[in-house]
Design a binder for this molecule. Structure first.
Ligand code: AMP
Ligand code: GLY
Length: 443
């Protein structure tokens, strides 16, 4: 089969590499791809958000399946468009992708179907939002309603900060129309986990839970990024919690979407906080996570293509979805200055050395120039390592990282370090245990 993967980051590299392992795959294209994806797929210079460009490519090359990986083409209705023209596409349709594209939609869905999440208020009017935050309990979380490249969330310690956030989102339109509406949310505490699930709208199969590291610097300090590393398994996501999530969150969510006439087929990613009151949804994403995918897919034993076809055709329960019970750690190496401004075009050395150790290097911000691999983005690559224990996976990933060099490269030194499986002497007090006890009525 011929497959087109849309996107060009580390996640797409991991998806393309997993698809390439399928005996039924003859050819993979990736639009636009990157310098690393070029090893497993033919990169084509079409943007993942270019609806017409992708359609024209499909009309000329007739892929058997188009995997729509990033959120923005999904929100734009790429799957609907391709299906209208007779192409098979993996990913939710526009009316289901809204579960990520509109936080107010997601909050309303959860409220109506009793799915646990942070209490919230939603405002379309800036003055009303300002009036509300001038008297609300703090800390409080201010979120732009729409897609904002993961940057539209403000954790505000004071009411003044919350007012500034409301003004930035609604008044200055820092994220454009994504800020026409704000969601003002109760501040939750507890460990966070990402659970990516395959679902055909009826059956839902979770992948091993992973944890992302969103802040730029060690100790969860510094600005938010697209994700500086991820690992799996996550010790605090116990089998009992996993069952609870299935019963109170995962199944109710896909049933709710179906009941709303928005059947979700694709990967539904639950960003969860394990609070003292049980697991709660922080947000939904309508796609694979980045860099969680680079930590989870290396453990997939089953054929990703078969799973994707089954998801599309509504027969997920008929195919095996098996992961080996190992651990995986992915450490992201970024350009100096990221997530602010950074230089591009810097040569990258040592990937083969990391691979010789047994690591897999998923490339994100790279390109080939005059036969040389150079940096082309903020997050340059992710070094993933699989091992029998999390500790060994983390050690191997860092040994791989130390083999790789480019000018100004930086990475977090503490990926997975909070997990007791890696470092038992880490503080026994989890964020959940440290949660403020005061209760606030958000109804
Ligand atoms: P999001 O883009 O919605 O995943 O939010 C980014 C980050 O903000 C999350 O990973 C959380 O760490 C934090 N966050 C979002 N919502 C809340 C909340 N209600 N309480 C505490 N932290 C939150
Ligand atoms: N890991 C965060 C995201 O993919 O949105």
């Amino acid at each position: 089969m011929k497959i087109l993967v849309l996107g060009g980051g580390g996640r797409e590299h991991a998806v393309a590499a997993a698809l390439a392992r399928s005996p039924r795959v003859d050819k993979i294209w990736c639009a636009p791809g990157n310098g690393g994806i070029a090893a497993v797929a033919e990169c084509v210079p079409v943007k993942a958000t270019d609806l017409d460009g992708v359609l024209q490519f499909c009309l000329q090359n007739r892929p058997d399946l188009v995997v729509v990986t990033p959120d923005d083409p999904l929100a734009l209705g790429m799957v609907d468009l391709l299906e209208e023209h007779g192409f098979a596409a993996f990913g939710p349709r526009k009316n289901a992708a809204v579960i990520e594209g509109s936080k107010s939609f997601a909050k309303d869905l959860m409220a109506r179907y009793g799915i646990p999440t942070a209490g919230c208020r939603i405002f379309d009017d800036m003055e009303a939002a300002l009036a509300y935050v001038s008297g609300c309990p703090v800390p409080v979380v201010v979120k732009a309603d729409g897609l904002a490249l993961g940057k539209g969330v403000f954790i505000c310690q004071t009411r003044a900060e919350a007012q500034d956030a409301v003004r930035a989102v609604m008044g200055e339109r820092l994220f454009g129309d994504a800020g026409a509406r704000v969601v003002i949310e109760e501040f939750l505490t507890g460990p966070e986990v990402s659970v990516l699930c395959f679902t055909d709208g009826e059956t839902i199969v979770p992948m091993p839970a992973a944890q992302d590291h969103k802040r730029a610097f060690a100790g969860d300090r510094g600005p938010n990024t697209g994700g500086m590393g991820a690992f799996t398994p996550v010790s605090c996501y116990t089998p009992a919690i996993a069952r609870q999530c299935m019963d109170s969150i995962f199944l109710p969510t896909i049933r709710a979407m179906k009941a709303e006439g928005r059947e979700f087929r694709g990967v539904l990613y639950f960003s969860l906080m394990l609070t003292e009151d049980g697991p709660k949804v922080i947000e939904y994403n309508c796609r694979f996570g980045d860099p969680e995918t680079q930590a989870v897919l290396p453990l997939l034993r089953s054929d990703l293509l078969e799973i994707m076809l089954a998801v599309r055709e509504g027969r997920l329960k008929t195919v095996p979805v098996e992961f080996d019970g190992k651990a995986c750690c992915c450490v992201v190496m970024a350009s100096g200055g990221y997530p602010g401004s950074y230089r591009k075009g810097l040569p990258v050395f040592g990937i083969e050395g990391a691979e010789k150790l047994g690591c897999t290097v998923y490339q994100a911000g790279t390109e080939r120039k005059d036969g040389m691999l150079v940096t082309s983005g903020g997050r340059v690559l992710g070094v993933s390592a699989v091992a029998g224990t999390l500790k060994d996976a983390v050690d191997l990933a860092y040994r791989g990282v130390w083999r790789i060099a480019f000018y100004g490269a930086f990475y977090r030194q503490d990926i997975a370090r909070k997990d007791p499986a890696v470092h038992r002497s880490a503080s026994a007090e989890t964020p959940a245990a440290a949660a403020p006890k005061a209760r606030v009525d958000w109804s």
